[in-house]
Ligand binder design. Structure first.
Ligand code: AHR
Length: 343
């Protein structure tokens, strides 16, 4: 029911703003080639009424770096099952080469549609042209990309990553009176959310708060282990000179919290920690006072993507972009909202 309400809200907020060159918006494992069908998981057994053609779609996902990604995969897997769509999932490592190989595998299998969570922003044109030549529409789930020509993809369903960065910066500004030294743990190099979250965050601190200083900023891989490693090196270099952390996802924030505690400091007090995703463990960490805030990145995109896909495969016009509005969670609402959090 919650998911359905989410869908309706998002459809009402749909932007049909078409930028022919850019569908920025973002994720992944060893990709199946056509010759390796065993590495492709079939997520659903078609349950369409007899006579209606079953849609077969290939989903190239960015593996499993975070809890969030697993929730996103589950969202589309269960939704496909409920709709009787035959969804083949290729979880790939976070490398473009593997994702392209997986897309080519699905094109060779003559699927009806492709769904892609692109690990990086650029370099997709050749494989997208192959999909277009094979008349297979492409849908972008969770992240967009930049391509040099129009007509290579159908719909992007994504959060507004720059706004997530802005929300994090504004929250920190409010809590620190606009004065703090910040360490940033970015997402993977070349990925859309890393670029756009950083951009939104910087826009606010540089434009509005001259005493909010980014003293450290480095890319990570979205994992807890990398978050810990980066934060350890930041603390070594800066000592007690860091009052705030902006982690691009919850998993990296959990690693940073561990490093802060290992250094004898109190996360949430000595160092404020703000992250993105707002998974259930993040809400628990907020309630425990260790994580200061988390900006939601809605992972339940399956229904929206499949709405667009079914409509397009059925010949209807679909919007180029469906952008999701996300919430902010902190000590003021985490307790009250955690019960409704399913991932
Ligand atoms: O593209 C969404 C991001 O990808 C999520 O914030 C994160 O957990 C994952 O790495």
């Amino acid at each position: 029911m919650r998911a359905r309400n989410g869908i309706l809200t998002a459809l009402l907020m749909t932007t049909a703003v078409w930028s022919p060159l850019t569908a920025r918006g973002q994720t992944t494992s060893s990709a199946p080639a056509a010759s390796q069908p065993t590495t492709t998981q079939t997520a659903s057994q078609p349950v369409r009424p007899p006579g209606q053609k079953t849609i077969t779609a290939g989903f190239v996902q960015i593996g499993t770096e975070s809890l969030w990604r697993a929730a996103e995969t589950q969202s589309i897997r269960s939704e496909a099952e409920a709709r009787g769509i035959n969804l083949r999932i290729a979880p790939t490592p976070p490398e473009q080469e593997s994702q392209v190989k997986a897309l080519r595998g699905f094109i060779a299998q003559k699927v009806d549609a492709l769904i892609l969570a692109p690990c990086v922003e650029t370099g997709w044109e050749p494989v997208l042209r192959e999909a277009k030549a094979a008349r297979i529409p492409v849908f972008l789930m969770d992240r967009g990309f930049s391509v040099s020509e129009g007509g290579l993809w159908r719909t992007l369903v994504s959060s507004e990553f720059p706004e997530q960065g802005r929300m994090a910066a504004r929250w920190l500004a409010e809590k620190t009176g606009g004065k703090c030294n910040i360490a940033e743990l970015q997402g993977p190099v070349g990925s859309t959310p890393a670029y756009e979250r950083h951009k939104g965050f910087e826009e606010v601190i540089v434009g509005e708060y001259s005493a909010m200083i980014l003293v450290k900023s480095q890319p990570g891989d979205g994992s807890r282990a990398k978050g810990k490693e980066l934060m350890e090196s930041f603390l070594k270099a800066e000592g007690n000179n860091i009052q705030a952390v902006f982690a691009h996802n919850d998993d990296m924030a959990f690693g940073a919290i561990q490093a802060i505690e290992d250094a004898g400091l109190k996360p949430g007090k000595d160092v404020l920690v703000v992250s993105i995703d707002a998974t259930k463990p993040a809400l628990e960490a907020i309630i425990a006072g260790k994580l200061s805030a988390s900006i939601e990145c809605n992972a339940q995109l399956g229904p929206l993507v499949l709405d667009a896909l079914e409509a397009a495969v059925g010949g209807a016009k679909v919007p180029y972009k469906i952008l999701i509005k996300d919430d902010l969670f902190d000590a003021s609402n985490a307790k009250e909202r955690i019960g409704a959090r399913s991932y």
